[in-house]
Design a protein around this ligand. Structure first.
Ligand SMILES: [Zn+2]
Ligand SMILES: [Zn+2]
Length: 400
């Protein structure tokens, strides 16, 4: 493995920073301490820093030896999750009900390591923007930063993201061109009927029957309308209605989630859902209203930048440790918003099997969003090196 010696030398220092952030997890748009720490470190390394972009986002500007007119963005996320940590090691969360269970503490640390190297050596041409975003976990911090002028104030030609991935061995990366994570969407269907005595259904219009038929019919969108080669999930996860055994209620509600890898599938599913809900209800003398909320778009890696990232990885860890065409995840990621504006690539860095966790960790697997997850500090030199190599090579190669 060809690691940046500088970052290997700073491994302990950056590990301390990572664990400090882990101990002080902050939820979406509340990353005041974390953002403050990031800004203070960047400034201390001679990196001019803007704070408060998208509420608590931070951007550092690192200029190379010469301005070649090119600029690249490297992005990490900073927020924690509203869940209880089960680990008992010394750097476990000090805040009840808040935890870095997705490794964003590690993402922040790896990008800090790279920023320190790039500012120290300035061994590149062009400009690197290091982007520390808030609120990735369901609250669209990437979009908030874009809406707040991220790409206008810091014009860049491409943007790159990285997430740790438990289950992929340490020392390996995974990536794929095209969709790597799904769009995330929620929906609610409100069905209005006409209440009646449970023994006299003929006097009402039953919203429960309408709800049940809508749930059944919604699945036909996936099996009969969607292109079978374009994966999608439609899950009804809640049905609510009624309050007594002998009363037909006046209304009922359905809720659920839709995941797709393309906007085409999403457009189709949303429009078919509207027809199915409204017309099924109408056939049963009820009225249905669909409220469809698009949360995160699909995360779609551009071809050229994916190929480029694979070559950077190959240089560092060797071709055998670059898992190309990795199976995408039906999870979602708000880096998708950045990739809607700029070419770029979002990759996974292997976090290992969980063996890195010391005695006294919690229970269960080391998967993301698990109460006994911990970011693997072994990745810091590798992740930092990846960022440095990526930035240097991308800025040097105008054909990409
Ligand atoms: Zn997460
Ligand atoms: Zn995450």
């Amino acid at each position: 493995m060809k690691l940046a010696e500088s970052i290997v030398g700073w491994h302990d220092e950056i590990t301390q920073i990572r664990r400090d952030i882990h101990q002080h997890p902050e939820l979406a748009y509340e990353e005041v301490r974390t953002a403050g720490l990031v800004a203070q470190l960047l400034e201390s390394w001679g990196i001019p820093t803007v704070t408060g972009l998208g509420v608590t986002g931070v951007v550092g500007t690192i200029k190379g030896q010469k301005d070649n007119g090119r600029a690249v963005g490297l992005r990490a996320d900073m927020d924690a999750l509203p869940m209880q940590e089960l680990n008992s090691f010394s750097h476990a969360s000090q805040h009840q009900g808040k935890m870095h269970a997705c490794g964003h503490d590690g993402h922040t640390a790896m990008l800090l390591a790279a920023a320190k190297h790039l500012a120290h050596y300035r061994d590149f041409e062009g400009t690197v923007y290091v982007i520390f975003q808030p609120a990735e976990e369901g609250h669209g911090g990437a979009k908030a930063m874009i809406d707040d002028g991220l790409f206008d104030r810091f014009p860049m030609d491409a943007v790159f993201g990285m997430h740790n991935w438990p289950g992929i061995p340490v020392g390996s990366f995974g990536l794929t061109a095209g969709p790597i994570m799904a769009s995330s969407n929620t929906f609610g269907v409100h069905i209005e009927g006409k209440g009646a005595h449970g023994a006299m259904p003929n006097l009402g219009a039953d919203p429960i029957i309408a709800a049940v038929q809508i749930v059944q019919s919604l699945q036909t969108i996936i099996t009969r309308n969607r292109d079978p080669l374009d994966p999608a999930v439609l899950s009804v996860t809640q049905i609510h209605g009624g309050s007594a055994d002998n009363v037909i209620p006046t209304d009922a509600d359905i809720r659920g989630t839709v995941r797709t890898f393309t906007n085409e599938a999403l457009d189709l599913i949303e429009s078919r859902m509207k027809s199915v809900c409204e017309q099924t209800a109408a056939a049963l003398d009820c009225k249905a209203t669909l409220d469809f909320q698009r949360r995160y778009p699909p995360t779609i890696n551009s071809e050229a930048e994916t190929e480029f990232c694979a070559s950077v990885m190959q240089h560092i860890v060797g071709a055998d440790n670059v898992l190309r065409d990795i199976t995408p995840s039906m999870g979602a990621e708000d880096f998708a918003f950045m990739l809607e504006h700029k070419p770029g690539c979002y990759v996974w860095i292997g976090n290992g099997s969980g063996e890195h966790r010391m005695d006294g960790h919690g229970m269960g697997p080391c998967m993301l969003h698990n109460g006994s997850y911990d970011f693997n500090d072994e990745l810091i030199p590798l992740g930092g090196t990846y960022w440095v190599e990526l930035a240097r090579r991308w800025l040097a190669n105008p054909t990409c």
